[in-house]
Design a protein around this ligand. Structure first.
Ligand code: PLP
Length: 371
């Protein structure tokens, strides 16, 4: 098989697995315990916190470990909405956010918050001026993803950050797809909260983090669950030590090797695009795009059928998000202005760390023969 679905998940890097294994075998202590086992586990968690903070340009105390980015997105929106309820009741999101944001925003709206959903252009990009126009005196939070998981477009987050700073509104970004692929820096980008998932950057599933800014400004939030004092009370529960160690190692590798890997993967992506031919039309901006992403619509085709036929030929790709399975037209492609029929003709390729030129050539040849 050629695995070209790195937006859905990534294989675990062997170096990450090696770092994790001792914490599943002999180092099984609870980081909260007052003995050598506990101290060893606690030291490993704190090392990982430094590694994750390093990838983001953050301070280790600003990292809260979670069960993944779905939880991080929920904690950011719900936690901030609850803490700042007396300050304001208005939230701004883009229309191409991940469902973890959009459905959370819907629920907050049902609970009395007001939500403004800012559209994107045909290029799949949010116009920072539209964010500025959406902000009201009662706005407490803007949430715009750094890079889209379907079409790979990279949002002008630093420009949006300058606006939210000037208006004294908090900015959250879901950076799951961006980390390890493009440079991220919470200070440069003016970001106050940022979601991380390990399994999208060659780490294990079921672990993630939320960056919560601790100075200028100090962001406060109400925890989602009750139970203990872990993570500064922001996320109680015994820590997933091995998973957190894996996330830390994945972050360290991403920081060291991300830029070089991005250059290599972008070359392969451009090779794939050229090989697909003119019937494949790219969704969204080619300029502001993740290096490993190619999302196309194929004239007159049904994406789900193409994915099945490619799967039978040993090529793993997808129509769009792994959550919708290509049966419903993607909300992201509809937001670009596509008709439902065109949206259902989409194919998403996600190239990654071990993708080869041969994988790409085989995928393109298989698709041409299917068409
Ligand atoms: C995968 C993904 C998530 C969810 O992350 P999990 O760790 O799987 O919960 C959130 N946002 C984006 C953009 C994603 O791609």
């Amino acid at each position: 098989m050629a695995y070209l679905d790195h937006h859905a998940t990534t294989p675990i890097d062997p170096r990450v697995l090696d770092a994790m294994l001792p914490y599943l075998r002999e180092q099984y202590g609870n980081p909260g315990s007052p003995h050598a086992y506990g101290r060893a586990a606690d030291a490993a968690v704190e090392r990982a916190r430094v590694q994750v903070a390093g990838l983001l340009g953050a301070h280790p105390s600003e990292i809260v470990f979670t069960s993944g980015a779905t939880e991080s997105d929920n904690l950011a929106l719900r936690g901030v909405a609850a803490f700042y309820r007396d300050v304001g009741d208005h939230l701004v999101v883009s229309t191409i956010e991940h469902k973890a944001i959009l459905q959370t925003a819907d629920e907050l709206e049902a609970g009395g918050m007001r939500v403004t959903r800012v559209p994107v252009g045909r290029d799949g990009l949010v116009d920072p001026r539209a964010i500025a126009d959406a902000i009201e005196p009662s706005t407490i939070l803007v949430s715009v993803m750094l890079a889209n998981n379907e079409i790979g477009t990279v949002q002008p987050i630093a420009e949006i950050g300058r606006i939210t700073r000037a208006r004294r509104v908090l900015l959250h970004t879901d950076a799951v797809q961006a980390l390890g692929r493009i440079p991220v820096d919470v200070d440069r980008d003016g970001v106050d909260l940022l979601s991380v998932s390990a399994h999208k950057m060659y780490g294990p599933k079921g672990v993630g983090a939320l960056f919560v800014r601790q100075r200028r400004p100090r962001v406060r939030l109400v925890p989602e669950i009750a139970g203990g004092g872990q993570e500064g009370g922001r996320r109680p529960g015994t820590l997933n030590v091995a998973g957190i160690v894996g996330l830390g190692k994945a972050a360290e590798i991403a920081q060291a090797e991300g830029p070089e890997e991005a250059r290599r993967v972008a070359v392969l992506r451009d090779r794939l695009r050229a090989a697909l031919g003119p019937r494949a039309r790219v969704n969204g901006s080619m300029r502001a795009r993740l290096p490993g992403n190619l999302s196309v619509c194929i004239d007159g085709a049904v994406g789900r059928e193409l994915v099945e036929a490619l799967d039978a030929r040993g090529i793993a790709c997808s129509t769009g998000s792994a959550c919708s399975k290509g049966i419903e037209p993607s909300h992201v492609l509809l937001a670009l202005g596509h008709t439902p029929e065109i949206a259902l003709s989409a194919l998403r390729f996600g190239l990654g760390r071990w993708t080869t030129a041969e994988d790409v050539d085989r995928a393109a040849a298989a698709l041409r023969s299917i068409l």
